[in-house]
Design a protein around this ligand. Structure first.
Ligand SMILES: CC(C)(COP(=O)(O)OP(=O)(O)OC[C@H]1O[C@@H](n2cnc3c(N)ncnc32)[C@H](O)[C@@H]1OP(=O)(O)O)[C@@H](O)C(=O)NCCC(=O)NCCS
Length: 216
């Protein structure tokens, strides 16, 4: 994204380190069980990240071809890194189908907008069933309940249209990844910015991106 003015503001953010995976709650929604990631989730994670459709819109654009790649990703969400990330596995609630169908959460407390960023992915076979929206809505509840601290942070000035600055969390996706930004809209996010920048998958072409934000 093109550089823009940053502004130093006082706001709140979750206290760091995040609660360890071992002390985080497991929550259930109508159809899902959302629990902290575990080492035993590696094979399912690899299966999900091996799906070309799932990875097409990721910065790299290509699926994992070796379980070691997924292991590196998983490592970013397990102890001791769980203090820096707030990621969860998404399982189906049904006892007949105890399967991890996705994952999501906050992988960076300071994104390019200065605010935390949330991301998610759902196994291809379960797209279009409202699973990501059900997850994101529940996850936002967990996020909102985290203990907070007052902070002074540098944020993109374009995220500050209001005089009193409430805490925000942001997400972005390729503009043609309609499914992803529909999930954000349905979970209560509002459109923030649309811009073009070099496509990380092929820097010779520009990709259009859309960012969204949610007031915590
Ligand atoms: C984006 C993703 C998480 C959506 O998961 P999902 O469980 O299918 O999402 P939901 O069913 O909750 O909602 C998707 C919405 O987008 C809509 N949608 C999906 N693809 C669409 C398309 N190509 N055109 C128009 N609408 C589309 C669906 O109809 C649905 O909206 P609706 O409920 O109003 O009908 C899933 O496609 C995925 O894992 N993609 C790969 C990873 C990714 O892109 N992650 C986001 C980066 S932050």
């Amino acid at each position: 994204m093109k550089p823009s003015a940053n502004t130093n503001i006082r706001t709140t953010l979750p206290l760091l380190p995040f609660p360890a995976n071992s002390s985080r709650p497991t929550i259930t929604t109508q159809r899902l069980v959302i629990h902290p990631l575990r080492e035993s989730d590696l094979q399912s994670l690899y299966e999900i990240r091996s799906q070309p459709d799932v990875m097409r819109n990721s910065p790299r654009g290509t699926p994992d071809t070796d379980v070691s790649e997924s292991k590196r990703v998983l490592g970013g969400y397990l102890a001791p890194k769980d203090g820096e990330t707030f990621y969860f596995a998404i399982y189906l609630k049904s006892k007949d189908d105890d399967k991890m169908i996705g994952l999501g959460g906050c992988h960076r407390l300071s994104s390019m907008f200065g605010w935390p960023v949330v991301g998610y992915m759902i196994r291809r076979e379960y797209w279009g069933l409202g699973m990501a929206t059900e997850f994101l809505t529940a996850w936002l509840g967990l996020w909102g309940e985290l203990e907070r601290r007052e902070v002074v942070i540098d944020v993109d000035a374009r995220t500050l249209p209001v005089p009193i600055i409430p805490e925000q969390i942001v997400a972005w996706a390729l503009a043609d990844n309609v499914g992803s930004w529909r999930v954000m809209e349905k979970a209560g996010f509002e459109h923030l910015l649309t811009w073009k920048e070099a496509d990380l998958r092929d820097p010779n072409v520009d990709a259009e991106l859309k960012s969204y934000r949610y007031f915590v």
